[in-house]
Design a protein around this ligand. Structure first.
Ligand SMILES: [Fe+2]
Length: 437
């Protein structure tokens, strides 16, 4: 079983060794052992890659990759291999990557792999087009049909007591969530991956959970991500609408659900609407429609009354109403909030519930805001008069949480858990019985 503390210890030990090897002026001095020399010797067949971002592609048969290499502008390749259950390679295919030089002597590589089969074990590794390859990583695709995803609020590594304590909190939550739901289709990080986008160590912290090389992660653009966001991540179906330096609105499908990610750094409502209409026109048969955006439109803490947030609420809520969006998942306010079913900025009065407590064919949209998954920062609650109009649940627990979203042919269930003891914070289910045509 993965042991974050042990890995952290190894990481720190490695950092200490690295500082010794690099001749740290005040560090202890001794001759390195032969084993240490061997481990640091240049190996022309080893490719050093870092910040490996595996993400959902345009649909469940695709995945995207983004990764960095040092001091090179060589070709970028991904080798994808189908494995049997014993890990033997059944077949391999190579996909070309784009290559761009970025600051600080690094190259950025992006690629998309396609043709993935359901319920299949794969390995992948990165190449330079010559003879060097990275280590191999593995992931498993899920079976077709119902699926679940895991949603994480602002990890914002570096906003708390330090990069590595924030990374440890993030790691604990990702590990707890994926151990509870190992058959997860993909993860979502709802924006503010890091606190200062130009501090490489903060991204080292975000990428620290080793599960992130095995589960695709859809990252949403936050405020703190800024322009480096596009250096680190590779979104499918970028529309060029709602665009700023962090990228633009994009969409993808998984199973029966259309997911639309809006860049809430852009206040251009007309473009957001156009992007959503495009996504829906391309996927008219999706049973469910879920939107991700960073800035919570209905929250209860420090950002609840911000001018930019309220302007987005005024602009986007009528669009979500018109386009029959089932749920909107957000971050930004580092607090947990679930609204009542909302339409026209009003609470829907009449909701039918089945014997299990699920809302049956509810009108309108439910808005959910995730609290910080790392615990790096929590915002104070506003007076209840600010949010009691729309919030069915509003909680500042001041501890990390995550949300599991289970999607079936006719239902979506949102269940939020505490990382600390895996207890349920809140659960809400929508059931659709009117899918006849
Ligand atoms: Fe944040």
């Amino acid at each position: 079983m993965f042991d974050g503390k042990r890995r952290m210890g190894i990481l720190f030990a490695a950092l200490i060794l690295a500082s010794v090897a690099s001749g740290c002026a005040n560090g202890p001095s001794r001759d390195p052992s032969a084993k240490e020399l061997a481990s640091t010797k240049y190996d022309p067949h080893a490719l050093d890659v870092f910040h490996v971002a595996l993400a959902p592609g345009a649909d469940e048969s695709e995945r995207t990759f983004s990764w960095h290499t040092r001091d090179t502008n060589k070709k970028g390749l991904v080798e994808l291999s189908r494995l049997d259950e014993e890990g033997n390679v059944l077949s391999s295919e190579t996909f070309e990557a784009t290559v761009e030089d970025i600051l600080r002597g690094r190259s950025r590589h992006k690629a998309t792999v396609s043709g993935l089969e359901e319920n299949q074990l794969y390995s992948y590794r990165f190449g330079d087009g010559l003879s060097a390859w990275s280590e191999s990583y593995t992931f498993r695709t899920q079976a077709e049909g119902e699926f679940n995803i895991l949603f994480f609020g602002d990890p914002q590594i570096g906003a708390g007591d330090g990069v590595w304590s924030d990374a440890d909190g993030w790691n604990r939550t990702v590990t707890a969530a994926t151990e509870m739901f190992p058959d997860t289709a993909f993860l979502v990080s709802s924006g503010d991956q890091v606190n200062r986008a130009n501090e490489l160590s903060q991204y080292d912290g975000w990428f620290f959970p080793e599960e992130l090389t095995a589960y695709p992660v859809m990252t949403i653009a936050g405020i703190h991500d800024e322009s480096p966001f596009t250096d680190y991540f590779n979104a499918p179906n970028e529309t060029g609408l709602g665009e700023d330096s962090e990228g633009s609105d994009f969409y993808f499908t998984y199973g029966n659900t259309l997911f639309i990610a809006l860049n809430s750094q852009s206040s251009d409502i007309a473009e957001h609407k156009e992007a959503m209409e495009l996504a829906i026109a391309e996927n008219p048969d999706a049973t469910h429609r879920i939107v991700f955006l960073h800035k919570s439109l209905y929250s209860s803490a420090s950002h609840a009354l911000d001018e930019d947030v309220l302007a987005l609420r005024v602009g986007l809520v009528p669009v979500f109403d018109e386009l029959d969006i089932d749920a909107v998942l957000m971050g930004h306010d580092h607090v947990y909030v679930r609204t009542y079913q909302m339409k026209g900025d009003e609470v829907i009065g009449e909701i039918a519930y089945n014997e299990e407590g699920a809302a049956v064919d509810p009108d309108g949209t439910v808005y959910l805001t995730g609290n910080s998954a790392s615990g790096s920062k929590y915002y104070d609650m506003q007076d209840a008069s600010v949010y009691e109009r729309y919030a069915a649940v509003a909680l500042q627990l001041e501890e990390p949480t995550y949300m599991n979203i289970k999607v079936t042919d006719d239902s979506i269930t949102f269940t939020t858990y505490k990382t600390s003891d895996l207890s349920v914070v809140d659960a809400y289910r929508i059931v659709k019985t009117d899918l006849g045509d």
